[in-house]
Design a protein around this ligand. Structure first.
Ligand code: NAP
Length: 319
């Protein structure tokens, strides 16, 4: 029996669980199912295994005196109280880079689906409507202007793909990256005003909360006669969802493609009722190949910690 105890704070991927269970004693969501048992076990828990959507509060960290590492299987870690972890000397790791391709592929897919109305076209054929005539014309993506809110690892992978569509690329972030061949704009509103597609790919958390608000959406709507399209593959918290629904219902923007939502898995009925919106259930990194690579990297971080070797991918705050 392995002699290191780990608390899994979310239902972990079946691609992660077998290797974790082979190497460690894993306690699955004990903090939720049996808090009293966790209290008894707390002095032995040396690691937390989490997913990108997990919440790890300062209170939970406080409750685990032997905690050394929080390993997140995901690149986003906005649900982890990193400041509280650092204050206790607990390192936080995540799984950057291995999911760039999948999230960028999905962003391009959502742009195409929203512009060319692919889900609606599929429904059109299935419902037998084709025999009554052609669908209304859609809009062209190739050659259009892409605005990226966020130009990190995934933002750059999206930009790279957009170039193959003959798109122009501009971006906003807190810092310009002069080495990149893309135009930098100081804020999301000015970027939206010059974008046919505005794609959001920043981290979640307090720094970006509701950054895409009614003003940004109004600017996106004014960007061209066809009105701009919003795509969010970042976190639901980055977009003011009520303002987005209002903008879509009133035809302020041209459409949207959304992978992430404010209160997952609950998607507001008003959003689900809108035909010009493409909705997918947070599947940015959800391919077998990428989830396996993420699981392997999350596991490698745990193994390195307990072997006393350098951690492959600590979060920037813990480097
Ligand atoms: P990254 O390399 O850290 O890039 C983040 C980008 O956002 C950087 O350009 C950063 O630039 C910018 N940024 C950060 N805070 C900002 C702020 N307050 N205002 C404006 N820009 C800001 O991260 P990544 O690997 O590309 O991942 C980005 C995010 O994608 C993740 O954190 C996660 O939330 C999301 N994600 C979603 C899925 C999915 O399934 N849909 C999958 C993976 C990742 P500056 O630091 O210069 O501001």
């Amino acid at each position: 029996m392995p002699d290191i105890d780990i608390l899994a704070v979310s239902k972990l991927s079946p691609l992660f669980t077998p290797q974790l269970q082979a190497a460690y004693r894993v306690h699955d969501r004990l903090h939720e199912s049996n808090p009293a048992a966790l209290t008894a076990l707390a002095p032995r828990i040396r690691a937390i295994a989490a997913s990108g959507e997990s919440k790890v509060s300062a209170a939970l960290i406080e409750q685990l005196p032997a905690l050394e590492i929080i390993s997140v299987m995901g690149v986003g870690y906005d649900g982890i109280d990193v400041a509280a972890a650092k204050a206790r000397g607990v390192v936080v790791t995540h799984t950057p880079d291995v999911l760039n391709d999948d999230v960028a592929d999905l962003a391009i897919g959502l742009m195409l689906c929203a512009a060319r109305q692919l889900p609606a076209a599929d429904r059109y054929v299935r419902a037998g409507q084709w025999s009554q005539g052609p669908m209304p014309l859609a809009r062209k993506m190739s050659g259009a202007r892409l605005g990226l809110v966020g130009m990190g690892r995934i933002g750059q992978a999206i930009a790279h793909r957009a170039l193959a569509f003959g798109m122009s690329v501009a971006y906003t972030a807190r810092n310009a990256r002069p080495a990149l061949p893309y135009r930098f704009l100081a804020d999301a509103e000015s970027l939206a005003a010059e974008s046919d597609f505005l794609v959001v790919i920043t981290p979640g958390g307090a720094g970006t909360r509701r950054m895409i608000d009614a003003k940004v959406l109004a600017a996106l709507g004014r960007s061209s006669p066809q009105k701009g399209i919003l795509v969010n593959v970042a976190r639901g918290s980055v977009v003011d969802e009520a303002a987005l629904i209002d903008a879509l219902e009133r035809g302020v923007i041209g459409g949207a493609g959304l992978d992430v939502f404010e209160d997952e898995p609950n998607v507001p009925e008003r959003l689900r009722a809108l035909p010009q919106v493409v909705l997918v259930p947070h599947i940015g990194s959800a391919t077998g190949q990428t989830r396996q690579a993420m699981a392997d990297l999350a596991f490698a971080n745990l193994q390195a910690k307990f072997a006393g070797t350098p951690l492959p991918t600590p979060v920037p705050e813990c480097r």
